[in-house]
Design a protein around this ligand. Sequence first.
Ligand code: PGA
Length: 222
Amino acid sequence: MKYIIANWKANKNLQETKDWLDIFLERYKPNPEVKVIICPPYPLIYYIQQILNNQSKNITIGSQDISSFEKGSYTGEIPASVLEGLVEYVIIGHSERRKYFNETDEILFKKANIALNKKLKPIYCIRDIKDKIPPNIECLAYEPVYSIGSGRNEDVNTVLKIKNSIQLGNQTKFIYGGSVTEKNAYEYWQTNEIDGLLVGSSSLDPEKFSSLVIDAASQENY
Ligand code: PGA
């Protein structure tokens, strides 16, 4: 099973989400070997879930973050308990959270722990091998900062070297992210060592994203 994760970041309103889903669901033919995880802004999660419930496609939803607090008097926060039943996955430790919101390893470990307690599956992001990795996470995403949104995707051999220098549990999926497009996705896809891709900019356009999912997974590219 391979994973393709769409990280929409702080993009798309309700109408844009409807338009995206119309195009994507029309074009995407499910592949039992591929799991697509859409990570939209919080207010769109329920709407997407309702649309996907009527489809028999292998697509699921993730949130882009969770609070480091449990439920309670924390105005504006979205704790894991609020997301139960709405999402299967949660991205934790994205470099933008670390940079703009000062999230430290300590905070991120706490979030990973809270997510696991609520049966949400963390997609835990690291920027390089110096970032610490919490135990028992389902997916580890390696995203070098210089590759994010820059068009300078990391070459496959370097990604594999990084993977080999990290201690990963047998069950942990290794994901690459950083300027993945419909043009380069298959390079990562062809190796069994990389279990999936985390896609930012190229996930915003439903045509590009469906091409990416279809092409990456197509046997013709092997
Ligand atoms: P990008 O973003 O695909 O636009 O480089 C990836 C990410 O930040 O997860």
